[in-house]
Design a protein around this ligand. Structure first.
Ligand code: AMP
Length: 171
């Protein structure tokens, strides 16, 4: 998918020194690249009877609802702490330095629902696996993960072993 890759903007030292940030806004602003991205996820998961697409804050919100709409599924946001107003589940996971927490509404997933989890970039897989634990704690079935970009050298697939993982662009 090198044609999609050409729409990713690479920004060195953002948000801090040493990080090469992969910016998907340049992909989203291109009509054909946006359509190809959404269509690719829909094609990959159309047979999986997806009932909810779970998007991870904040860039999972930028295309997750379009994928959900096209799969005839609902959309569920996973957010940073303190943003969601109703009863929540939360999951804390380790980062390179320190840890982070994510929250999801308790009534967002019904037991047995088939769930697709989406985000812009998968790096270590920590964010994605924490999200899967929340979905599963509510009785949801994680049918797969969809990432626009996968940083393969960080080996997220090891952390997400046993799940179907789809990425459109690899570095
Ligand atoms: P991880 O939990 O290590 O897989 O990190 C994934 C989360 O961090 C995702 O929500 C990404 O949006 C973000 N992220 C990690 N690395 C990058 C990167 N190089 N460029 C843009 N976003 C990134």
């Amino acid at each position: 998918m090198d044609d999609l890759k050409s729409h990713i903007r690479e920004i060195p030292d953002f948000p801090k020194p040493g990080i090469l940030f992969y910016d998907i806004t340049t992909l989203l602003q291109n009509p054909l690249a946006l359509r190809m991205t959404v269509d690719r996820f829909v094609w990959l998961f159309a047979q999986r009877r997806i009932q909810k697409v779970v998007g991870i804050e904040s860039r999972g919100f930028m295309f997750g609802p379009i994928v959900a709409y096209d799969l005839n599924a609902g959309f569920v946001p996973v957010r940073k702490p303190g943003k969601l107003p109703a009863e929540k589940v939360r999951e804390t996971y380790e980062l390179e330095y320190g840890n982070d927490t994510l929250e999801m509404h308790r009534d967002a997933i019904q037991p047995g629902e088939h769930v697709l989890i989406v985000d812009d970039v998968v790096a270590t897989g920590g964010t994605a696996s924490a999200t899967a634990r929340m979905v599963e704690s509510l009785g949801g079935v994680v049918a797969g993960f969809g990432f626009i970009i996968e940083l393969t050298f960080l080996d997220a697939r090891k952390k997400l072993a046993g799940y179907e993982v789809a990425s459109l662009i690899q570095y």
